[in-house]
Design a protein around this ligand. Structure first.
Ligand SMILES: NC(=O)c1ccc[n+]([C@@H]2O[C@H](COP(=O)([O-])OP(=O)(O)OC[C@H]3O[C@@H](n4cnc5c(N)ncnc54)[C@H](OP(=O)(O)O)[C@@H]3O)[C@@H](O)[C@H]2O)c1
Length: 340
């Protein structure tokens, strides 16, 4: 098999999906940079941020060269390793996350830093939905919460109560990519988790660990949450005030509200303490992806897959993602003969 020419999912300019999405072929150099691996990508997942990037919302952070590859998360098999790689070997299955502002993951043959990948069992197709949303959730946690979760992932759960024990957390948009992972991670930290989503997802969300559900546009009256994970980034200061315990609580707006990360950073600083979160951008991290992969391997984390599309139906996949209303993640597979 020629491992230098493969299919490519990209975009020809910034714009609407139907105008700029491109399915083509690209040629790779036989040479791989020393600290990179070449992954034969089996699938990528669709994140809303990927579509925002395609539409040009982050263009001030990006180069002006086109076409650009679409996507962030990837799952595939290592087919070659650079001279200075030491962790991964040829033939291993990996899941990982590119930095989509620099280079998208939607390439059959993806050259990616070794440190952006972690190994997973073969056929772990659903794991492709984990990195970007999982890293987003992990970046919103406190140091103590992350340390606790790390021990859980290593199978060394401390005997005492978790950091969330006796506290409540609320997840807005609990059926989404970030929300469905957020629910499970907060639950592992032993929070009592409440959340909002359309009623058709309630049963599935209960099975992920939510103990109280509110409709998509509904909020609890007065309550005392220690953590709020606001996936669509909708809450106004007044609403946050009525839901949290005060300055000890953490409010994390996940969505970038105003089309501009600088503005988001400014909001985060100027509206403290209600933006007392570490999350600004879910920058890739091998340690964090490793924690997610370990939790998944121990069956403690599930990535609900809403739909799987073949590459030729990528435009449909993005349209479904834009419409919302599903639970979990949408996956695009590069394998011929895949469903959808
Ligand atoms: N800051 C970062 O680093 C970072 C990282 C990851 C994601 N993000 C951003 O965070 C957001 C969430 O990501 P995601 O992957 O979870 O997206 P997603 O899978 O599309 O989920 C979005 C969730 O928000 C709900 N929602 C959307 N609009 C709503 C509205 N007007 N009222 C009530 N609920 C609403 C959706 O409900 P329905 O399904 O019913 O529409 C869904 O549950 C996206 O905007 C994404 O770009 C930011």
């Amino acid at each position: 098999m020629d491992q230098t020419e493969g299919k490519y999912l990209g975009y020809t300019n910034y714009g609407a999906v139907e105008d700029v999405l491109l399915i083509g072929k690209e040629k790779k150099s036989p040479q791989i940079p020393p600290r990179y691996v070449r992954v034969e990508v089996q699938s990528i997942s669709v994140n809303p941020v990927d579509i925002k990037i395609l539409s040009g919302e982050q263009k001030y952070f990006m180069s002006r060269t086109f076409p650009k590859a679409f996507g962030t998360d990837f799952f595939g098999r290592v087919i070659a390793v650079g001279d200075k790689c030491g962790r991964l070997i040829q033939g291993q299955w990996v899941v990982g996350m590119s930095n989509p502002l620099l280079k998208g993951s939607g390439q059959r043959f993806l050259d990616i830093p070794e440190k952006a990948c972690v190994s997973v069992p073969p056929k772990a197709l659903d794991a492709v939905g984990l990195p970007a949303v999982g890293v987003t959730v992990l970046r919103s946690l406190s140091k103590a919460e992350l340390e606790y979760l790390c021990l859980v992932a290593q199978g060394r759960k401390p005997s005492g109560p978790g950091p969330g024990f006796g506290k409540k957390a609320f997840v807005l948009g609990a059926n989404g990519g970030v929300g469905s992972i957020g629910v499970q991670i907060l639950k592992l930290l032993e929070y009592e988790v409440h959340g909002s989503a359309s009623q058709n997802h309630w049963r599935a969300l209960e099975s992920l660990g939510i103990s109280r559900l509110f409709d998509r546009n509904e909020l609890p009256c007065r309550s005392e949450y220690s953590v709020i994970l606001d996936c669509p980034g909708l809450l106004q200061c007044q609403q946050i005030r009525s839901l949290v315990l005060g300055t000890q609580s953490r409010y994390t707006p996940v969505s970038v509200p105003n089309r501009n990360l600088f503005q988001r950073g400014w909001q985060a600083l100027s509206q403290r303490p209600f933006y007392s979160t570490k999350l600004v951008l879910a920058v890739p991290s091998p340690e964090l992806i490793g924690i997610l992969a370990d939790l998944r391997a121990k069956n403690l984390l599930h990535t609900p897959v809403a739909h799987t599309f073949s590459l030729k139906n990528a435009q449909k996949a993005l349209k479904v993602a834009l419409a919302g209303g599903y639970l979990g993640k949408i996956i695009i597979t590069f394998d011929e003969g895949a469903p959808g």
